[in-house]
Design a protein around this ligand. Structure first.
Ligand code: BG6
Length: 467
């Protein structure tokens, strides 16, 4: 393992921060999303409707508790903390030229607090929180104008936080744009009825890839110490059988992810990408310089999320998962939300990604959503410890035996937060419990779970002591 291995945890503004309309913040698409139940897409309103509960509005209130929370991260020994900046805190509409100073100041305070404890901030610029004005007035990433708006936002952040933030990621799970499109996808697109979703998603992806490449180039120009990664959701899949057709089905599934990896890392649309255009009868409208821009904005590392695996083949029973779904694997156990637990799959994807791209990798999300119960002020989450232990062992094997270059590990939702797929609170990932329920009731009091003490030991021993 690297000596400077970045142990930490991960969150996103729209699921954790709250303060949705404070100090000049504008609405993002997440601020008009209602909660739902397992398997049902979350409903998006066109405005905030009085009396309706929107989970992002308070979330678990990092906005007012950041000092207390960061102190808890420090107590666990975090070397880094992955978070996102809410775009609408900096540009409330998304299309302004000048940023909102109060929004910028909030993140200054957060970064200063982290640095006080020598915790390195790892910052995602866009994590499922496209400004609502850009969605409603511009059609979101369908519209090429978003490239300039995003680049202005990115440049503002790189300039303002120079010397405080070194590690950046542009779009969270950018490949979610091409997965069975749900409206809350990274692209913030609410699809119309009868819309050719593949064409829209491919074109929107192009705009995002160009925006990302421009941001990467700018980040390097502003400060050569900056390291900018892409962020991919890895839907590890196996062929359902030894039939060659199932192998090809598996390959096709992974191609939806490599589509983005290839452009981010190789700086061009490869044969993998072009074959997808053919398969879905899509055409990418490019401006004159776009290919040059892509080739100049190659990322420094690949950040990725890994939660589960599934199988590909014919007539399979489908299982739940984050954005990408797949077939049920009879050999694997699953979480209470049906996500199949597969630590060895993590070792496998680390190898596959590193073999393909040969640049450093960073596991920026991993974890198990589970219902926790509080007994006498204690939370005995041995199931979470077990899940994380197995995944850390798998990543260690990938590094120490297979030679993969891995920068760090930030388990998802290191403190309880709102679930992205369902908006629930009861689906918890944290080492730190937050008292809040699915209707938004609770004191927001923080409590350490058993996994808090366990992870502290893991970090202190550099991953040696997993007991
Ligand atoms: C990832 C997202 O897809 O999965 C996170 O980047 C999300 O935002 C995480 O929270 C876990 O998904 P869920 O639906 O359990 O919150």
């Amino acid at each position: 393992m690297r000596k400077d291995f970045l142990w930490g945890g991960a969150t996103a503004a729209n699921q954790y921060e709250g303060g949705y309309n404070e100090n000049g913040k504008g609405l993002s698409i997440a601020d008009v999303e209602r909660g739902s139940q397992l398997g049902v897409t979350r409903q998006i309103d066109d405005r905030v409707i009085e009396g309706v509960y929107y989970p992002s509005h308070v979330a678990t209130d990092f906005y007012h508790n950041y000092k207390e929370d960061i102190a808890l991260f420090a107590e666990m020994g975090f070397k880094c903390y992955r978070m996102s900046i809410a775009w609408t805190r900096i540009f409330p509409r998304g299309d302004e030229e000048k940023p909102n100073e109060e929004g910028l100041k909030f993140y200054d305070d957060v970064f200063d607090e982290l640095l006080k404890y020598n915790i390195e901030p790892i910052v995602t610029l866009s994590h499922y929180e496209t400004p609502l004005v850009l969605v409603q007035e511009y059609g979101s990433w369908r519209n090429r104008k978003l490239i300039d708006f995003f680049v202005n936002y990115a440049q503002t952040c790189f300039n303002r936080y120079q010397g405080k933030v070194k590690y950046w990621m542009t779009f969270n799970e950018i490949n979610a744009t091409l997965a069975s499109p749900r409206p809350w996808h990274q692209a913030g697109i609410v699809y119309q009825e009868n819309e050719d979703r593949w064409q829209t998603a491919i074109q929107a992806s192009h705009h995002m890839l160009v925006a990302s490449a421009k941001a990467v180039k700018l980040a390097h120009e502003i400060d050569p110490h900056n390291q900018v990664g892409c962020m991919l959701l890895i839907p590890e899949s196996y062929a359902a059988s030894c039939s060659p057709e199932d192998q090809i089905a598996r390959r096709n599934k992974m191609a939806l992810t490599f589509y983005y990896g290839d452009v981010h890392v190789r700086g061009r649309y490869t044969n993998t990408c072009q074959s997808l255009w053919k398969k879905y009868h899509t055409k990418v409208q490019m401006a004159k310089d776009d290919e040059k821009v892509l080739s100049e904005g190659i990322v420094d590392y690949i950040g990725f999320s890994y939660y589960f695996s599934s199988i590909e083949g014919k007539d399979l029973q489908q299982v739940e998962g984050n954005v990408f779904t797949g077939g049920k694997n009879p050999l694997l156990p699953a979480t209470q939300w049906g996500w199949q637990i597969d630590p060895l799959g993590l070792r496998s994807v680390l190898n596959e990604l590193y073999d393909r791209y040969q640049i450093p990798l960073f596991i920026v999300e991993n974890g198990m959503g589970a219902v926790d119960s509080v007994e006498d002020g204690q939370i005995h989450d041995d199931y979470r410890i077990d899940y994380l232990k197995q995944h850390i062992q798998a990543l260690k094997d990938a590094v120490e035996i297979d030679g993969v270059d891995l920068m760090g590990y930030t388990p998802w939702g290191c403190i309880d937060l709102v679930s992205a797929s369902t908006g629930e609170m009861k689906k918890r990932y944290g080492f730190i419990y937050v008292d809040k329920d699915d209707q938004g009731h609770g004191t927001l009091k923080r409590m350490k779970k058993d996994s808090f003490y366990w992870y502290k030991k893991v970090i202190a021993s550099q991953g040696e002591d997993l007991s």
